[in-house]
Design a protein around this ligand. Structure first.
Ligand code: SF4
Length: 66
């Protein structure tokens, strides 16, 4: 499994929603919500969201066993 974290630098631009809509979403268009733990099959799209986040707010922890 993969753990997905978003820190306080997120300004809800929504880029991650385009990259991985199955993991990220916007609530009321102004607050990001996301799945904290996702399947390994989502790694590519989550990594893309991490790379493309304009605020570098996303971090991804692989091999999460929590
Ligand atoms: S792309 Fe980054 S700044 Fe934009 S909503 Fe996602 S986490 Fe927040």
């Amino acid at each position: 499994m993969i753990e997905v974290r978003i820190n306080k630098d997120c300004q809800a631009w929504g880029q991650c929603v385009f990259d991985a809509p199955e993991v990220f979403g916007l609530e009321d268009g102004e607050r990001v919500k996301w799945r904290y733990v996702v399947e390994d099959s989502k790694l590519l799209s989550v990594k893309q969201a991490e790379r493309n986040c304009p605020n570098r707010a996303i971090s991804v922890v692989e091999n999460y066993e929590g």
